[in-house]
Design a protein around this ligand. Structure first.
Ligand code: PLP
Length: 424
């Protein structure tokens, strides 16, 4: 039985309503434009739309672009935007001002940071990552292996929950370890400080993927003495589809760091138009080319909300929501063959819970049709993200009730629920 679950198993919907009334974050829900009748449990994939985003983007389009035209690079601060917004993300991940800059996609930022990290350990020939990592991280590491292998590619070693372990693979030939802090499939959270310590003790550099951590759980990169991190802003930060990634580089590494892509926005004097590349000081050297300013304006609207958020309260509520969900699944859905795939120990859990069940894809489609939106990850996981700024305890109750009804009636068996879209 789950010893960490503090929620009373006799909880009913009225209890959930009472928990919502007492919720210190309840007021944030009204800052988001969620459709009526929808329980949105997919903020771990794409965060919800803040009510101010459309007006903010429209203002940037009409005033800064339409009226300001080229003058806005200076007058509206466009050129500095990637660093200015980076500084606003910094407190959410335990970073200092001047250590975070916005990038392109997470995949591109991973490449940018991983190359710089490997170059800090000349002579070491091995990259470590994990078999269960989000595949783009592994694909990008293949490119790093090729780029930095002089005569032959660097060696890649993959750890796995069933072994080999990090301990097995770490030796004095390892340059960089690239791990995702909160697993995208299971929601399992690693001990960021402890893993960083272990990696650095072996003389290697640690690069964290924070896609499922930023805005979901407190992260203290400088407290852990970490080296590099990257992440996205379209999940828990609610920056919108295609909002830019970020790169964090510890201040102590910045002067020596040599990123992969040496574009003009990372140049020391971009408007001198010199023939050769000279890296800018600090985190700016991780910039590449013209930033996606319209996407950044959407992110800016959501960071206005984040400026007011206490991430410790987010974590407290996140644990209440996930514990409530787990205990309701245990009591009401386990008899129907549903198994919790996410760690029950709260210290090892991010802000999502995944359920393992046969026919999970069709069951999820039936659930979405009833207005409860989660997603599915092959081969057998239904994922539910709990974003404390706009998900309530009552939402959790209603989601489990809908799932129970779908399983009891076998409504998911209708053939249309088996049809797969390009994106699951
Ligand atoms: C852990 C992790 N890394 C990377 C990505 C995706 O990267 P990109 O933003 O380049 O699509 C995801 C997407 O969900 C992810 O979960």
């Amino acid at each position: 039985m789950n010893t960490e679950t503090s929620v009373n198993l006799t909880v009913d919907r009225a209890t959930c309503v009472a928990l919502d009334v007492a919720d210190p974050l309840a007021g944030f829900r009204d800052r988001f434009a969620l459709p009526d009748g929808v329980v949105y449990l997919d903020g771990n994939s794409l965060g919800a739309l803040p009510k101010t985003t459309a007006a903010q983007v429209e203002r940037v389009i009409t005033e800064e672009w339409g009226t300001g035209l080229i003058r806005s690079w200076n007058d509206a601060g466009w050129f500095a935007k990637p660093a200015v917004l980076g500084d606003r993300i910094a407190p959410i991940i335990g970073a200092a001002p001047g250590e975070v800059v916005l990038g392109d996609s997470t995949s591109a930022s991973l490449f940018q940071a991983a190359v710089a990290a490997v170059r800090l350990r000349p002579g070491r020939r091995v990259l470590i990552s994990e078999r269960g990592n989000f595949p783009t991280d592994l694909y990008m590491l293949e490119a790093v292996q090729e780029l930095l292998g002089d005569d032959e590619p660097l060696e890649r070693r993959l750890i796995d929950d069933d072994g080999p372990t990090l301990d097995d693979e770490l030796d004095d030939d390892v340059a960089v370890v690239v791990l995702t802090h909160v697993d995208y499939r299971t929601g399992r959270m690693r001990d960021l400080a402890e893993v960083t310590r272990q990696v650095q003790a072996a003389g290697a550099v640690m690069l964290w993927d924070l896609c499922h951590s930023v805005g979901a759980v407190p992260v203290d990169l400088n407290g852990a003495g970490a080296d590099f991190a990257i992440g996205c802003t379209y999940k828990y930060l609610n920056g919108g589809p295609g909002s830019p990634s970020f790169i964090w580089v510890a201040g102590r590494h910045q002067a020596a760091a040599r990123p992969a892509l040496t574009g003009w926005h990372g140049h020391a004097r971009p408007f001198d138009f010199e023939l050769g590349y000279a890296p800018a000081d600090g985190i700016t050297r991780f910039r590449v080319g013209t930033p996606q300013l319209l996407s950044m304006s959407a992110l800016e609207a959501s960071l206005d909300i984040w400026d007011e958020v206490d991430i410790e309260l987010v974590r407290e509520k996140s644990l209440r929501l996930t514990e409530l969900f787990i205990s309701l699944v245990d009591t009401r859905l386990a008899p129907r063959g549903v198994e919790v795939a996410t760690p029950r120990q709260s210290a090892r859990r991010g802000s999502q819970v995944s359920l393992r069940v046969e026919n999970g894809y069709a069951i999820m489609q039936a659930l979405i049709e009833r207005g409860v939106i989660g997603d599915f990850r092959a081969p057998d996981l239904m994922r539910f993200g709990f974003t404390p700024l706009y998900v309530s305890h009552t939402d959790v109750w209603d989601a489990v009730a809908a799932l129970e009804e779908i399983l009891a009636t076998e409504a998911w068996r209708e053939p249309r629920f088996a049809r797969r879209g390009a994106v699951t």
